[in-house]
Design a protein around this ligand. Structure first.
Ligand SMILES: Cc1ncc(COP(=O)(O)O)c(C=O)c1O
Length: 383
């Protein structure tokens, strides 16, 4: 190991163990090192590049609001429901009847499945995509029709359309898509929805909205809505806002669809901290802007590092990157795990790809140094 790398690992508190010989394939033994980011320590000693969180946490304004809300945690939030609904409605310039919030956007995916799926109905979705709704659909006894992404790793909307029939209760479009970080073009989604069977609802999951640049290719279906009562858009505070642990997400849709979904919502999931923080987070445009800009820089740096190593990541519109390793994803994931770094799981059929959530610069340095320990990894050396 070069001196500078050893010094660097030491400065991270990773220590000498990382300098030991690396086994490939893994043969037990312990070369693991512990890393803790100063800002966001993980109690399990792993660097978490696996769940597409915001590694930097919430903005200073939001962090202050969280601290001041701690005195309220002995109380239920029954009286806060209307206020939170109105805050979200005002922010998006929609009516309160068009808003439903829950325990993370995952809960909205669950209630959409409950409202529009069941035995004899099907969910049509791209594959691979974010899986929660697929799991809920199956637990409800609905069929799941997984349509492979196209060669550009984008939703094959024509393919999905041919699979949609009158018994298709729901179509799920994750845009940008997790795990590929790709965007389905706005125009294509619009003409797809126009051709769907009349009773088929569509969930557009915009969890990563903030990281996608608004363009002719991409715009939110909340900000530029369709006049279509079947469209449900979901959003979350877990990504750009840096609040994954506080569990709040919401759906915007026509009042009729919202009412159908509300029937299945878990009662009283709003936590007392988030009840106070929602408004502050939504109003803190500068905080969100900073998170977006920081992510853009971190993403660019990831691509720079990837190029030096002759890797070919899929163009990313999110806070994570899916990259082809040209080797078994399972083995690469195990290598990182062995070195106390968690990356995304294996996403078949993308058997040579790994999904890496963007961490802080120190975390990403540790990621690339661990990458460079793989015997077959290559790196251009600049002279
Ligand atoms: C596409 C997508 N939708 C929804 C979620 C769930 O987010 P939440 O924390 O709001 O439940 C995730 C989380 O990773 C996601 O990737």
């Amino acid at each position: 190991m070069s001196r500078s790398r050893r010094d660097f690992l030491r400065s991270l508190g990773i220590g000498a163990a990382a300098g030991a010989a690396i086994q490939w394939p893994l043969q037990g033994g312990s070369t693991a090192y512990a890393f803790q980011s100063a800002r966001n320590p993980q109690s399990d000693g792993y660097i978490h590049l696996d769940s597409n969180e915001n590694a930097y946490g919430p903005s200073p304004k939001v962090a202050d609001a969280i601290r001041s809300a701690t005195g309220l945690v002995n109380r239920y939030t029954f009286l806060k429901y209307n206020e939170v609904t109105e805050r979200i409605a005002n922010f998006h310039k929609v009516k309160p009847e068009q808003v439903l919030f829950g325990c993370g956007s995952t809960e909205l995916l669950r209630v959409a499945a409950c409202a529009f799926l069941g035995k004899g109905r099907q969910l049509v979705e791209a594959w691979p995509t974010f899986e929660a709704i697929d799991e809920y659909a199956r637990s409800l006894g609905a069929g799941t029709i997984r349509v492979p992404l196209n060669r550009g790793f984008v939703h094959d909307l024509d393919g999905m359309l041919t699979r949609a029939k009158s018994s298709t209760g729901l179509v799920y479009i994750c845009n940008p898509n997790n795990p590929t970080a790709t965007i389905a073009p706005r125009q294509d989604i619009e003409s797809f929805i126009a051709k769907l069977p009349a009773a088929t609802h569509v969930v557009i999951d915009e969890a990563y909205h903030h990281y996608a640049k608004v363009s002719g290719m991409y715009s939110s279906f909340i900000e530029r809505p369709l006049e279509d009562e079947r469209v449900i858009v979901t959003r979350t505070f877990s990504k750009a806002y840096g609040l994954a642990g506080l569990r709040l997400g919401y759906a915007i849709a026509a009042p009729q669809a919202i009412n159908q979904m509300r029937n299945f919502l878990t009662k009283s999931t709003l936590n007392a901290i988030m009840a106070e923080v929602v408004g502050v987070a939504l109003d803190d445009a500068d905080g969100v802007e900073l998170a977006i800009k920081r992510n853009r820089d971190d993403r660019q740096e990831f691509f720079n590092q990837a190029m030096e190593r002759m890797l070919m990541p899929i163009d990313s519109h999110t806070n994570f990157v899916m990259t082809n390793t040209q080797h078994s994803a399972e083995e690469v994931i195990a290598h990182f795990h062995h070195h106390k770094i968690l990356v995304g799981r294996h996403f078949p059929p993308l058997d040579t790809y790994i999904r890496v959530s963007l961490g802080t610069p120190d975390e990403m340095t540790a990621f690339w140094q661990t990458w460079d320990m793989i015997p077959w990894s290559k790196k251009f050396i600049h002279h």
